[in-house]
Design a binder for this molecule. Structure first.
Ligand code: AMP
Ligand code: MG
Length: 423
């Protein structure tokens, strides 16, 4: 038997003052971001990944004409035998895109292919496998339904129907849907440009040589990857050292060219760099403490007209806070209207999971099937916020609620599959 997560063992349901829950932070951010207003009309191929700026009304019926769902014979329902068999004369062939021009008379039928227009007179299609061909005739047995295997005009979409609404992201299925209506281009929101940079004197770009106490800048690559997956325009401003001038210049450059800015580092309490000080001067930025692990500090607001996300510097925190907060906000900036919370499923933990009550944990997990084929989740192992290898091995977040302590094997836990997070 699976058990549910036990109630808080510490009575620490109250948040420390000035701290937000994950849900509160998410709601606040989404409420404050509005879509890029500029719109443009783009041909379908180019529109992929953009967000519709207006409703699309179908100019046509889909399908446009009655057509066959099967390869077989188009017949008149009145000719179907109630019992025994019937014999019909094959008078022609109808192909997809090449209709048979005549009218099917009583006692006649037409050979028809999938997608071909059902000829006048006929109203039913008998699957080829259910017929016997004898020269220019077919033999059909009883038991067929009048009207079967015929797709009616407008069955999928009727002319005048609103098929897609403003705020809809265009994926492969939407492009296909628009194409099926004969719509060659659509009005979409301009893709926002997002500037990004890393801050920290300790950072060296890959390819460089590490000096004493230095590490390679990994966050800019994480942010680049996550922004690319989202499909925004990118502006890479590199690694910015911890000097007042460099940090200020980077924010000026970013705000002048981009709709949004994503940075990593310099937002935690007691940081020795100039990020906070510069943001206080140039922008309207809130420094939040979020009751989550990893990723407690997060800065969000506006810098010289650009929407700003200051992600924490610890590499796993950068990824987690981007997915939980920056990503939904950037989707809104792109024009999307319905931005659901990440898809969460409940599965049993395959092993005990450690946790202290007080913050929502986003543990890195591996969702897999056990010997019986049931989905279970286990930890990647080390959960500290600098363990990038664990993030790379993970295929999901295990989301353990704020008040929960550690859980036993078999406990049902919430899991956000990365496919769900990314969709
Ligand atoms: P910070 O948020 O700037 O206080 O940084 C917290 C931790 O994350 C420190 O150990 C930093 O060295 C590390 N860190 C900050 N930025 C990066 C980065 N771009 N790549 C890798 N590690 C980073
Ligand atoms: Mg720093």
């Amino acid at each position: 038997m699976n058990s549910a997560i036990p109630p808080s063992p510490c009575g620490c349901d109250e948040l420390p003052p000035g701290t937000l829950t994950v849900e509160q932070a998410r709601e606040r951010i989404l409420a404050l971001v509005s879509p890029v207003t500029e719109t443009r009309s783009l041909p379908l191929f180019e529109a992929l990944g953009h967000v519709l700026a207006e409703n699309v009304v179908s100019p046509v019926n889909v399908p446009p004409h009655r057509n066959s769902a099967m390869d077989g014979y188009a017949v008149r329902a009145a000719d179907l035998p109630a019992e025994g068999t019937a014999r019909l004369a094959v008078v022609g062939s109808a192909w997809a895109g090449r209709p048979w021009p005549g009218e099917v008379a009583p006692g006649q039928c037409v050979r028809i292919m999938t997608g071909a227009e059902v000829p006048a007179g006929a109203d039913t299609v008998i699957m080829q496998e259910h017929t016997e061909r004898e020269g220019d005739e077919i033999v059909i047995a009883s038991g067929h339904q009048p009207g079967q295997n015929v797709r009616q005009p407008g069955e999928d979409i009727r002319a005048g129907d609103t098929v897609l609404e403003a705020g809809q992201r265009l994926r492969a299925a939407e492009l296909a849907l628009l194409a099926s209506l004969g719509v060659p281009e659509v009005m979409v929101h301009r893709k926002p440009k997002v500037a990004f940079f890393s801050t920290g004197d300790e950072l060296v770009a890959p390819g460089g040589t590490l000096g004493p106490g230095q590490i390679y800048d990994s966050n800019r690559y994480a942010i680049y990857g996550m922004l690319r997956e989202l499909g925004v325009e990118l502006l890479d401003l590199g690694v910015i050292p911890d000097t007042r001038e460099a940090v200020e210049q980077a924010f000026h450059d970013a705000a002048a060219q981009a709709d949004a800015i994503v940075t990593s580092g310099g937002v935690s309490v007691g940081d020795a760099d100039y990020v906070k000080e510069t943001l206080d001067r140039l922008g309207k930025v809130d420094f939040w403490k979020i009751a989550m692990k990893p990723g407690k500090p997060l800065a969000f607001g506006e810098v010289e007209g650009a929407c700003f996300f200051g992600l924490p510097g610890n590499p796993v925190s950068t990824l987690v806070t981007f997915y939980q907060f920056a990503r939904p906000a950037l989707r809104r900036l792109m024009g999307e209207r319905d931005i659901p919370a990440p898809l969460t499923i409940r599965v049993p933990a395959a092993e005990p999971l450690k946790k202290r009550p007080g913050r929502t944990d986003f543990q890195r997990g591996i969702l897999e099937r056990d010997a019986e084929g049931e989905l279970v989740v286990r930890s990647v192992g080390q959960q500290a916020s600098h363990i990038l290898s664990g993030m790379s091995r993970a295929n999901c977040f295990i989301v353990l609620p704020r008040e929960s302590g550690g859980v036993d094997a078999g406990t049902l836990v919430d899991v956000q599959p990365f496919e769900g997070v990314l969709s």
